[in-house]
Design a protein. Structure first.
Length: 84
């Protein structure tokens, strides 16, 4: 997470999964991460309550870096750095 006064890293791509429910946010995240260059960041927006644990679990098993999970109005914002 960014330190106080620091801004979040700038994502290369944003994936909007608002209104989609399990397992769709994870499927779309899995597809979209390959469109981001290695080392760059995918931002995922989701409002499915299960997405918090689902995307965290997927990132860990897929070898991607979940940099931040933030609760935002109406859902969640995930920042995922592509590692491979």
């Amino acid at each position: 997470m960014p330190e106080r006064g620091e801004r979040s890293p700038r994502p290369t791509k944003t994936l909007d999964c608002i209104g989609l429910y399990c397992p769709e946010p994870v499927f779309r995240t899995k597809e979209s991460i390959s469109e981001v260059p290695i080392g760059e960041i995918l931002e995922v927006l989701a409002d499915d309550p299960a997405s918090e644990s689902d995307i965290s679990s997927w990132a860990k098993h897929a070898g991607q870096e979940l940099m931040d999970t933030e609760r935002v109005e109406g859902g969640f914002r995930f920042l995922i750095r592509r590692k491979s």
